[in-house]
Design a protein around this ligand. Sequence first.
Ligand code: THU
Length: 134
Amino acid sequence: MNKSAKLFKLAQQASLNAYAPYSQFAVGASLIADNGNYYIGCNVENVSYPCGSCAEQGAISAMIADGGKKIVEILILGYGKELITPCGACRQRILEFSDSQTLIHLADKEGIKKTFKINELLPYNFNTESLNND
Ligand code: THU
């Protein structure tokens, strides 16, 4: 199985475990890290709505906890009428662990529909250079 197919299958599996009783909107995320490992996440909602977390957040946390440092490719899968696109906060989270070549795949139930790089999804971003005040 190639990388894209594996990413898609893993995101599908994660989405089946999504805890989304309030939005009824399951999301799965999967990524390949610089250590060659795959990580997954799903959205986890809460009755106190702001406490919920996004699928991308879960996958990134799993990568960091396991010692991964960078996202090589990430796939986000949603089942809405429109193709899913990462929320603003998740774009910033992805940026933190990406480089200019990191691939961000957006998928629906059929497979990957679009692929972006982070500068396309979050242009003119606040990054580590932005903190430099010399
Ligand atoms: N959601 C994600 O998990 N990732 C995104 O990029 C967009 C939104 C989740 C959050 C919430 O549980 C549900 O989708 C509806 O907003």
